[in-house]
Ligand binder design. Structure first.
Ligand code: COA
Ligand code: AMP
Length: 634
């Protein structure tokens, strides 16, 4: 534990950001040390460490080898799907990354170029990310549960020099063939000539390079690696982008969150020590997917920057093979900190309510369970604490912020935990609760959660290709503040409570989805005149998408057939991850006089909350006729 307490550290970060972050930056190895922390403090778009140079891949790998830790495990691949475990030392991982970097270079990847990575949870995914970073290039990882059209929109926006993929991913019920999806995405994005490198996995139909195959010109990872020598890390400006990660906004077009190199490394290093209490040699396991921000920050970069050991788990919390899967991994690899989403804990609890599986495993290494991705409900919080007998720490963050806005800093000063709260703001996050006009609300009153500018290092710099969209999405609503899109309140002890989104973003099983994007797909069905998608409360997945459809007049289709077709369309256009299963035909949708659908009112009714009908409603009787449908038990 540090000598300073949380409150002093937090205040210092706000009053002296220069001093605070320059000091934190000492935990990172720079090619050129920063002399200043922040450039453009009063500008809307600011830069951290403007005169510094760095390579993130060097910091995550080589420097630990140089410090004599080359023999230590950097990454443990544990595939419950295949029943295998593989250990990679820092020396081995550095060598593989350096060689794959030269493979990328041989295909034209240079500093600043983008590399799209569409891969499952295998070590090569981490290697591809770190190899891209080694060249000073910019990776954009796309989650494997997204369909070709979603991959295509990301490829079209990022314009990659190379796409890296694998034959496919393993889901308990099926194998997911990736190559047809990549081919389709390249076609849709009009990027057919982009070089593609494929890590071939056993058991998939499609392989690269086979003569006569549609993938004939694609390159085989293993063959390319045979001849590759190591590439050295390329220093870049601290404010150059490390990655672009697309996330759902309120419209269909995903937003490319841009992360820098220097601020990111500095902030993550701060969290490893002060938030997670993870040090060189410790084992951290983040049970998420590298396709999400949580995976970027705490499967890949955080643990490796800190010289810890990270676990890459290919499997599920239940069914691979049973509800003891997580405990088996903790016990096999002596995991000190486990980080997962509440939905995973609820999935385990549903199958094994008393956590009887735990008795089979040695859990003595586990010190803390961290949760994020969605609100940690009190029931799940109490259950996890009781069965695991370790502190359960909720922390709240977003793709945009890259690390926790609020948390309980276990390494700095473990603070008492309140169920339902992610505790306190982390350094640099000047958190306020404001009403619609931007005025602060009294303690205990719910409002919009906003963050004073500038945001701390490691948070988004802008949106890829569009400073205007960045400003209009996040900075215009409350001048001087970043709008989180979440609502919440602060209690009399200063604990923050995050209640849910204020926009049309929903959270299904810890996966962030845009209802607007689902609506766009549904609207393409020839029978659909208009539709509204809302997120309904779901005991297992937190929320699930539910669609309300108005049919075109004169259309004859049974509701059953329509739902079947709509489900298929969402699966094909967005992907299985949307988990879209529910649609109801209604006569009309409630709207304001200007034509805006009253989704919030619909959501309030469906969740059995008190609801408000705006005075601008066009026809109040529509609400009356919808009441029984929205309140139908589902
Ligand atoms: N590739 C292809 N399909 C995928 C996929 C992937 N990487 N991940 C999920 N899917 C599919 C599933 O197979 C399922 O398909 P189905 O409808 O045919 O059954 C569908 O998408 C819905 O998946 P999901 O809602 O994730 O359910 P699940 O049973 O597969 O997994 C959890 C449940 C709890 C393990 C999973 O939702 C999870 O890990 N959530 C946490 C997410 C997270 O880490 N968020 C970041 C914050 S920590
Ligand atoms: P993502 O960008 O996918 O990480 O999703 C971010 C959103 O998930 C946030 O804006 C919140 O709505 C929600 N979220 C993430 N973590 C938490 C948490 N600990 N408590 C409440 N909501 C959370």
């Amino acid at each position: 534990m540090s000598e300073e307490d949380y409150r002093a550290v937090y205040q210092r970060s706000l009053h002296d950001p220069e001093g605070f972050w320059l000091e934190a930056a000492r935990a990172v190895d720079w090619d050129q040390e920063p002399s200043r922390a922040l450039d453009g403090a009063s500008a809307l778009i600011s830069k951290w460490f403007p005169d510094a140079r760095i390579n993130t891949s060097f910091n995550a790998l080589d420097r630990h080898v140089l410090a004599g830790r080359g023999g230590q495990d950097a990454l443990i691949y544990d595939s419950a799907m295949l029943g295998i475990q593989r250990h990679y030392s820092y020396a081995e991982l550095t060598d593989l990354v350096a060689r794959f970097a030269s493979v990328l270079r041989s295909h034209g990847v240079d500093k600043g170029d983008r590399v799209v990575i569409y891969m499952p949870m295998i070590p090569e995914t981490v290697i591809a990310m770190l190899a891209t970073a080694r060249l000073g290039a910019v990776h954009s990882v796309v989650f494997g549960g997204f369909a070709a059209a979603e991959l295509a929109s990301r490829i079209a926006d990022a314009q990659p020099a190379v796409v890296v993929t694998a034959s496919g991913g393993l889901e308990p019920s099926r194998r997911i063939e990736y190559l047809p999806a990549v081919a389709e995405a390249l076609r849709l994005a009009d990027a057919g000539s982009t070089p593609v490198i494929v890590k071939v996995r056993d058991g998939f139909e499609a392989a690269a390079g086979g003569s006569g195959s549609p993938y004939e010109s694609w390159r085989d990872w293993d063959t390319e690696m045979l001849e590759a020598g190591p590439a050295d890390p390329v220093p870049v400006a601290a404010s150059d982008p490390l990655y672009v990660l697309y996330t759902s906004g309120t419209t269909g077009a995903p937003k490319g969150v841009v992360r820098d190199n220097g601020g990111h490394a500095t902030a993550l290093m701060w969290t490893m020590t002060n938030l997670y209490d993870i040090h060189p040699g410790d084992v951290m396991w983040t049970a998420s997917d590298v396709g999400w921000v949580v995976g970027h920050s705490y499967i890949v970069y955080g643990p490796l920057l800190a010289g810890a050991t990270t676990v890459l788990y290919e499997g599920k919390p239940v069914g691979t093979p049973d509800a003891g899967a997580f405990w088996r991994v903790v016990s096999d690899h002596r995991v000190r900190v486990l980080f997962t989403a509440p939905t995973a804990l609820r999935a385990i609890r549903k199958v094994d309510p008393e956590a009887a599986e735990l008795a089979k495993y040695d859990m003595s290494s586990l010190t803390t369970l961290f949760a994020a991705g969605e609100r940690l409900d009190s029931d799940t919080y109490h259950w996890a604490g009781r069965v695991l007998n370790v502190p359960v720490v909720d922390h709240w963050w977003q793709t945009e912020t890259g690390w926790a806005i609020c948390g309980n800093p276990r390494g700095l000063e473990p603070l008492p935990i309140k169920a339902g709260s992610p505790s306190f703001p982390m350094p640099g996050f000047d958190l306020r609760i404001v009403d619609g006009r931007g005025d602060r609300v009294p303690t205990g009153t719910e409002g919009n959660i906003v963050l004073g500018l500038p945001l701390p290092p490691g948070t988004l710099m802008t949106l890829w290709g569009s400073d205007e969209r960045y400003i209009s999405s996040y900075l215009n609503a409350f001048p001087g503040y970043y709008t989180t899109g979440d609502s919440g309140y602060v209690d009399e002890d200063g604990y923050v409570f995050v209640m849910g989104r204020t926009d049309d973003v929903i959270n299904v099983a810890g996966h962030r989805l845009s209802t607007g994007a689902i609506e766009q797909v549904l609207a393409q069905h020839p029978a659909v005149a208009e539709c509204a998608v809302i997120g309904l409360a779901d005991v297992l997945k937190g929320q699930r998408a539910s669609a309300y459809i108005v049919l075109k007049s004169g259309v004859h289709i049974t509701e059953e057939q329509l739902v079947k077709e709509l489900v298929t369309m969402v699966r094909e256009h967005i992907g299985p991850v949307a988990d879209f299963k529910q649609a109801v035909v209604v006569d009309s949708l409630p709207k304001t006089r200007s034509g805006k659908i009253l989704r919030k009112t619909m959501r309030q009714i469906a969740d059995g909350h008190e609801y408000t009908v705006p005075s601008t409603i066009e026809d109040a009787s529509v609400i009356d006729s919808l009441l029984p449908i929205l309140r139908m038990p589902r």
